[in-house]
Design a protein around this ligand. Structure first.
Ligand code: T6T
Length: 373
């Protein structure tokens, strides 16, 4: 529990105590009286409550004290997301805000303009300085964000990882255990689903290329790993021609993919491991006039990916459940603030909706498309 809550509880106790031992406080002056000039202020003797009033019966004293105790201030739950302007985090923020409103909490959210730990750290520090009560954070780097998050934890703020984890993500037995939970997708499984789908679309053999953000991001590291496992399971029928890192820039992803398409004219498929990686990869396929010839597995589900799916530019869209991730983090934050930490699981895996041309019009698929604002 942080200092703001302790102060609030102290105040309530102090008021209750005062009500049991002293006369009720005189009614607050009306605003006009409060603003009256000094000469009009009542003389000191008149201000002191008469002795009879001070010894009023206990029942009468207790009632007003209860009524006057201020309602506990709503806790503030902060979301520190990975990068601004990303439909995945925009949708997560909506889930978090909606659940906060439902549970009587305030929500604040902020994140860097680039997916970068150096930019994310001061944003996290600022949330600590403003005295938020709990923090949900998508760490942009699994090592670099350990120390800043540890500082927030040391300030007495419950920390919950959303989307990405720090350390190895095992908050029970791993090297980092202070975050209360890791709420997010099973990303290795997501990578396997993506690459199995395009391997099947390639007829079980051929060449695959991976577009990724940068090493050190827990989610996309695991998606890459899952894809490699799917490739290895083909026992040599499918080969990986390479992995490029785009720093979460769709433009850079498109540039790098264009170069690979030229270098590998018989490339069969591309796995874009997140929204911007996939967006750039799909753009390069379109630019090269290879729509339908080079299969694309698109991690994340912004509206643009659905358009590409319908137009046969991409073959599979893997929608995560960011809205649910945001909601769940509020639930766990509230449990932590009520001192019920033992009810919070160290890991809460959220699922996927796998969208193809066969189910794109289903309600489930349509509901899973990310919000853009
Ligand atoms: O794929 C998501 C998120 O899971 C990942 O950690 C970073 O990229 C996204 O936000 C999509 O852009």
């Amino acid at each position: 529990m942080n200092s703001k809550w302790l102060v609030a509880i102290g105040l309530v106790l102090a008021l209750a105590l005062a009500g049991c031992t002293a006369a009720p406080a005189p009614a607050a002056p009306a605003p006009e009286e409060a603003a009256a000039p000094a000469e009009e202020a009542a003389p000191a003797e008149e201000e002191a409550a008469p002795a009879e009033e001070a010894t009023a019966p206990a029942e009468e004293e207790a009632a007003p004290a209860e009524e006057e105790a201020p309602a506990a201030e709503a806790p503030t739950i902060a979301l520190v997301y990975g990068v601004a302007g990303d439909g995945f985090y925009i949708t997560m923020e909506k889930g978090l805000r909606d659940m906060a409103a439902e549970m009587g909490a305030e929500a604040v959210a902020d994140g860097p303009s680039q997916f970068d730990a150096v930019q994310q750290t001061p944003i996290l520090d600022a949330m600590v300085s403003r005295g938020v009560d709990a923090i949900c954070i998508a760490a942009t780097d699994k090592q670099a964000m350990i120390e800043p998050m540890q500082r927030a934890h040391d300030a007495g703020i419950p920390i919950i990882s959303v989307d990405t984890f720090i350390g190895d993500g095992d908050y029970e037995n791993g090297p980092v255990t202070f975050p209360l939970s890791y709420v997010g997708s099973d990303n290795e499984e997501g990578g396997r689903i993506a690459c199995n789908a395009v391997i099947e679309a390639m007829g079980g053999e051929g060449k695959i290329y991976i577009q990724n953000i940068k090493p050190g991001v827990s989610t996309t590291d695991q998606r890459e790993q899952g894809c490699i496992e799917a490739i290895e399971a083909t026992e040599g029928k499918v080969t990986l021609v390479g992995v490029d890192y785009n720093d979460d820039s769709a433009a850079k992803a498109a540039e790098q993919t264009s170069a690979v398409l030229q270098r590998e004219p018989d490339l069969g498929a591309i796995f874009g491991t997140n929204l911007f990686s996939a967006q750039g990869a799909a753009q390069a396929v379109k630019n090269a006039g290879l729509t339908g010839l080079v299969k694309v597995a698109n991690f994340d589900a912004p509206e643009a990916a659905i358009v590409d799916l319908r137009n046969e530019v991409v073959d599979i869209v893997i929608a995560q459940l960011p809205y649910e991730i945001g909601q769940k983090c509020v639930e766990y934050s509230m449990l932590a603030l009520e001192g019920r930490e033992d009810e919070i699981p160290a890991r809460w895996p959220t699922g996927y909706v796998v969208i193809t041309r066969d189910n794109v019009d289903s309600e489930e698929a349509q509901m899973a498309i990310y919000k853009s604002e």
